[in-house]
Design a binder for this molecule. Structure first.
Ligand SMILES: [Fe+2]
Ligand SMILES: [Fe+2]
Length: 426
């Protein structure tokens, strides 16, 4: 019997060093102040229709706000990084993000007439355009920066890098940049903005490569760090479908530029998955309840996320969730997929939701086999609750313990099983 450990599989990041990334930064330097937006201002008025200007502005606003916010929030990452070479690179990244914010501020003012020429007035003017999902993610980034200042541990740094480099940069920004640079090139318009966006995209590729390398070096094989990565992904996944949410879910905001919800969603999800795999943590290997339905393709996952967002299941919760049969089917499909693999139930178990305001549904859990169906089934545990309240619990807008205390949630049957629900659903 051999006692030597099998060597770990080679990762794409093995051939990349922090020093290489730093060198690339020196070589890739550019000037946001030297770009000329004179032609951009003409093209904006003459080559875009009023609707295209509205659609493009919605998208550019997310970038302007995002670049400013990531520039502000990177310093605790520099403090928490364990190696000097990582700190040096992160310092260059902070310079890049400031340059990106200056670039957007200038473009928004000089070509689009937004703000008075300073960052504050520009940001104030575009603030109402930001989507609810976008605001959730950037509020989380602000809190994450504070949390990282207070706790510089490796798992917390991995959690923070997952949000910053994997979600904001790789999942949200990269596909958006791809869309913008593609239609600017196809239409041959706004040369100043286009040149700047190409520089920004090249910088972001380097930032994302750094994030992937840092995670690859610190997380795989460290159970606490892997759990922190998975927790962050689960936390933000309910907001992602709401990030690129134009008013009234008007898909023409994308189709007018040759894109669609499917195309941008598929690109986002594929990008996230590729980066996790390169970091040595394929998404399906992460601990705890599944981050996403692994049996679906990226485009199917994107459609599911969009359907959840459009039916008010995930979202601000200001209006009741839809309760038509199709919405309830996809909702319970998601509840079913959220069951923890190591739920610890040693015999087949049925949990039913006896809704006060919608048809009842149940889940049957038998080992790895989980099914969801309408009706109460042969319930071991029956939860009397409103559908709206339960959707709020699943979407993290309400706390099940509070509902229990106020008797808005009344369990009947096996209370032992009720007590185990947090473990079953993670
Ligand atoms: Fe940036
Ligand atoms: Fe970046």
């Amino acid at each position: 019997m051999s006692t030597t450990q099998a060597p770990r599989a080679k990762r794409p990041t093995d051939n990349l060093s922090y020093t290489d990334l730093y060198r690339r930064w020196e070589k890739g330097n550019w000037s946001a102040m030297d770009l000329d937006f004179t032609q951009d201002a003409i093209d904006w008025q003459e080559k875009f229709t009023p609707f295209e200007r509205e659609a493009a502005l919605f998208n550019y606003a997310l970038f302007f706000w995002g670049e400013d916010a990531v520039a502000d929030n990177l310093s605790p990452y520099i403090d928490a990084a364990p190696l000097e070479e990582q700190k040096y690179f992160l310092t260059t990244q902070q310079v890049d993000e400031a340059r990106h914010a200056v670039f957007f501020k200038r473009f928004m003012h000089e070509a689009l007439g937004i703000g008075q020429g300073d960052a504050r007035s520009g940001l104030q003017e575009i603030r109402p355009l930001l989507s609810w999902g976008f605001n959730q993610i950037f509020d989380r980034l602000d809190r994450m920066a504070d949390e990282l200042r207070a706790d510089r541990s490796i798992p917390n740094l991995c959690r923070a890098v997952t949000l910053y480099h994997l979600i904001i940069e790789a999942t949200m920004a990269q596909p958006g940049q791809h869309m913008i640079t593609t239609y600017l090139a196809d239409r041959d318009v706004m040369p100043g903005f286009r040149t700047g966006m190409e520089f920004v995209s090249a910088d972001e590729l380097r930032h994302i490569a750094f994030g992937v390398k840092l995670l690859a070096d610190l997380a795989p094989g460290n159970p606490e760090a892997e759990a922190a990565v998975a927790d962050m992904l689960r936390e933000v996944s309910r907001w992602l479908g709401h990030v690129f949410a134009p008013p009234n879910w008007d898909e023409r905001y994308l189709t007018t530029f040759g894109w669609s919800f499917d195309k941008i969603g598929e690109e986002s999800i594929s990008s996230l998955e590729t980066k996790l795999r390169s970091a040595g943590m394929p998404i399906e290997s992460l601990p705890g309840p599944p981050v996403m339905p692994y049996d679906l393709s990226p485009v199917e996952r994107s459609r599911l996320g969009l359907a959840m967002a459009q039916s008010n299941i995930f979202g601000p919760g200001r209006v009741p969730p839809k309760s038509d049969p199709e919405t309830m089917r996809i909702f319970f499909d998601m509840v079913k997929r959220g069951v923890n693999h190591d739920h610890g139930l040693d015999q087949p178990t049925t949990i039913a939701w006896d809704f006060t305001d919608a048809p009842s549904w149940h889940l049957r859990i038998a080992g790895d086999d989980v099914t969801a169906a309408e009706g109460l089934g042969d319930a071991d545990l029956r939860l009397r609750v409103s559908y709206r309240d339960w959707v709020d619990v699943v979407a993290n807008r309400a706390d099940a313990r509070k509902l229990l205390l106020t008797r808005r949630l009344r369990p009947k049957g096996s209370l032992r099983l009720f007590a185990r629900m947090p473990k079953i659903f993670g």
